[in-house]
Ligand binder design. Structure first.
Ligand SMILES: [Zn+2]
Ligand SMILES: [Zn+2]
Length: 93
């Protein structure tokens, strides 16, 4: 049927506007919003939980770090970023 060919974008995979386009496949479920993470989408994985890149909040990440690193190690991990330091209090003046 030639009219079907006219309707088709002729691409592989089909353009999303094409009537032949298939729904993207859900691969994972986001642990924050509980929505699907579709094929081709970027995601973060933390301890076998999956997140949309927009859904992994700093709070979730911070809780994750807290859970898996004792405080002393957390300081070591954060040190290179210049936001954590371990020292001995001295009176320099
Ligand atoms: Zn098409
Ligand atoms: Zn999400």
């Amino acid at each position: 049927m030639s009219y079907l060919l006219v309707d088709c974008c002729g691409r592989s995979p089909h353009d999303y506007r094409c009537p032949h386009a298939t729904e993207p496949q859900a691969i994972y479920t986001c642990s924050t919003c509980r929505e699907h993470i579709f094929e081709g989408e970027e995601y973060y994985e933390l301890d076998e939980n999956f997140y949309h890149t927009d859904c992994l909040s700093e709070e979730v990440a911070a809780n994750f770090i807290k859970e898996f690193f004792p405080v002393s190690e957390m300081i070591e991990v954060l040190k290179p970023f210049g936001i954590a330091k371990r020292g001995v209090a001295r009176n320099d003046s």
